[in-house]
Ligand binder design. Structure first.
Ligand code: DHB
Length: 426
């Protein structure tokens, strides 16, 4: 248990694993019991409750060792925390991030007594867990979470972490609806997931449909909100070009998005992949020379109907994330509250919504690795790009890419992840 006054003893626990060599004074890959970074993976999916992770073979990855097993073999101390989630009365926002922070504080408060270097905590997570991993990084040290941590009897320590690995983070929920329609407006056929739990780990059954006239109208209104948001961030790309969008959603930010897709495609081409079926891509002499974002959206297809996150009928996982013990499901954007089809529906308070978005914070955490599958439709590709640009613009070391053909998933490139971890932690 990582808190003195747990609210849920099933989830507020921490599993700690130490490479066997460290019990006899040994070293692995240059690390010792004292210097080994602490790998901090979470098992959170769909903003559901999650138990602490353990070393095991990953059945979904063809029985390969999971990230915890691999981390141990490479000399990391592993600490995996469980966290409360939206289906529990006391698991609504901000419970999950408060729990992860409490676990980090436990590791920091006990650093002298435990193996591993708590100044080198590296978080890892996928989807909702990726969003929380990113948020754990950006919000480190923020006072905003203090009252919640105190209520749980969390250890008194700083909760700033060293580095973040985030796969397909479902973050920036305030603007995710607008971002989704910026990408998918005009694509009205969809393949929706047939479960209320969007958890990437659960088998995904897709149901085909077409957006209703009402959804098509909402899509247009949401798309129109996105340019003002992007422009308000005042971001620049690596070349120093301001990232902007005009009223129609065109501009340098869209060109940057297309450039990221081109990079992904080029890597696939260089690895000998045949991309001739990718109707949105122009290839000449083995070079990906043009990407058409609208045609890309049409090609990969819509997975969620408008609004993708703050459902006007309160039907999404995120509506439940922002509920509370009294009201299980709430809106969290002014737009969906205004367009709500549920009589008497409520909106979560702005502070709670703020606490869940990695874009709202800036911490000293320096290292970020962000991966979003090129084939991911769970949130707009803009969400990961905006996060990576914001971090880069605030001087962080960011490794961001859209791996080719990869769907909404994580931990698929563990050798590369661990090479990155080594490069930042040494
Ligand atoms: C997850 C997927 C989603 O589409 C979403 O909206 C929230 C979470 C997930 O896989 O964790």
């Amino acid at each position: 248990m990582y808190v003195l006054k747990p609210a849920d003893t099933r989830y507020q626990t921490l599993n700690v694993y130490i490479p066997e060599a460290y019990f006899s004074g040994g070293s692995i890959d240059g690390y010792t019991a004292q210097t080994a970074p602490i790998f901090f993976p979470n098992n959170i999916g769909g903003y559901m409750p999650a138990t602490a992770g353990q070393p095991e073979n990953d059945q979904r990855a063809g029985g390969k060792p999971n990230a915890i097993m691999l981390a141990l073999s490479k000399g990391y101390v592993v600490a995996s925390a469980g966290a409360r989630g939206r289906t529990e009365a006391n698991g609504h926002a901000p419970a999950a991030i408060v729990d992860l922070k409490a676990a980090v504080r436990y590791l920091k408060a006990n650093d002298q007594a435990m193996a591993g270097d708590a100044n080198k905590i590296i978080s890892n997570g996928t989807s909702a867990g990726g969003a929380l991993s990113a948020l754990l990084g950006t919000s480190g040290g923020s006072k905003d979470y203090e009252p919640y941590l105190r209520q749980l009897g969390a250890a008194r320590a700083n909760d700033t972490i060293f580095a973040v690995s985030a796969y397909c983070p479902i973050t920036n929920l305030e603007y995710a609806d607008a971002a989704y329609e910026w990408q998918f407006n005009g694509v009205n056929d969809y393949q929706k997931i047939d479960i209320s739990m969007l958890d990437y780990k659960v088998e995904r059954k897709l149901v085909k449909g077409t957006q209703t006239p009402a959804q098509i109208q909402l899509s247009g209104s949401l798309k129109a909100l996105f340019p003002a948001y992007v422009n308000s961030l005042k971001l620049k790309n690596a070349q120093g070009t301001p990232m902007t969008l005009d009223a129609n959603g065109n501009g340098t930010f869209k060109t940057e998005m297309e450039a990221m897709l081109l990079q992904s495609a080029q890597k696939a081409l260089d690895n000998g992949k045949d991309l001739s079926d990718q109707t949105w891509l122009t290839i000449q002499n083995g070079k990906a020379i043009a990407a058409d974002f609208a045609a890309y959206a049409q090609f990969v297809g819509r997975q969620k109907t408008a609004p993708a996150f703050d459902g006007v009928d309160l039907s999404t996982g995120e509506n439940q994330l922002f509920g509370d013990a009294r009201t299980d499901k709430k809106h969290f954007t002014a737009f969906s509250l205004k367009n709500s089809t549920v009589a008497g529906s409520l909106k979560a308070d702005a502070h709670t919504v703020k606490l869940m978005n990695a874009m709202n914070y800036t911490s000293p955490t320096q290292h970020y690795r962000i991966r979003v599958g090129e084939n991911d439709r769970d949130t707009s590709l803009a969400i990961g790009l905006l996060l990576s640009l914001k971090l880069k613009n605030s001087g962080k070391n960011v490794d961001y890419a859209l791996p080719w053909g990869v769907p909404h998933s994580g931990d698929y490139d563990l050798d590369e992840l661990f090479a990155w971890m080594k490069s930042v932690a040494m």
